[in-house]
Design a protein around this ligand. Structure first.
Ligand code: S3P
Length: 176
């Protein structure tokens, strides 16, 4: 049964902004996997990457996702960009209503470059070469985003509120 709506896509595609607004519109709880990881570990995402490495981060991410999806209250979930990398996560996501916010890597790099190059925030993977990394992530991950998503929204030319509207339509279509 599909309880939750999960937003997926690369870093900077608007999952958290849209997710928060969508949750408010629908009167649902908003959950961000990165924020949950930080609350549960008591550490910043960047710190977990730097101290324990990506593989440990992915272990924590998988267990947090399981915990969130086990929750009975239907929520709006923003998944970290790499949430689709683990097969077990992709399997869990097939039971939910998953929407892929798809964006051109050049747009994402533009949005994220400043904070990435300053080495701040929760995206250590793009510290060195935001555009190059986002381009290769787009190439390698698109197949996984496509595999688990029920709907795709091309967000490049849309405002966050327009994306929220598209998500609402997607949820209504699913319910009817
Ligand atoms: C990651 C995306 C980030 C965060 C971490 C790894 C990725 O989340 O989970 O830096 O592998 O794409 P956002 O997509 O919310 O930025």
């Amino acid at each position: 049964m599909s309880n939750h709506v999960v937003l997926i896509g690369l870093m900077g595609s608007g999952k958290s902004t849209v997710g928060r607004r969508l949750a408010k519109r629908l009167g649902r709880t908003f959950v961000d996997t990165d924020a949950r990881i930080e609350t549960s570990t008591g550490r910043r995402v960047r710190e977990v990457f730097q101290t324990d490495g990506e593989s440990t981060f992915r272990d924590i991410e998988a267990s947090i996702l399981r915990e969130i999806l086990d929750g009975t209250e239907p929520s709006i979930v923003a998944g970290g960009g790499g949430i689709i990398l683990r097969e077990e996560n992709r399997r869990l996501l097939t039971d939910e209503h998953v929407i892929w916010l798809r964006a051109a890597p050049s747009l994402l790099a533009q949005r994220l470059s400043q904070s990435a190059r300053r080495g701040v925030g929760h995206r250590p993977l793009i510290d060195d070469d935001p555009l190059g990394t986002l381009t290769s992530m787009h190439e390698s991950r698109s197949v996984f985003y496509a595999e688990v998503s029920d709907d795709v929204i091309d967000v490049d030319d849309l405002s966050p509120d327009q994306v929220v509207e598209e998500c609402k339509r997607s949820i209504e279509r699913r319910a009817s």
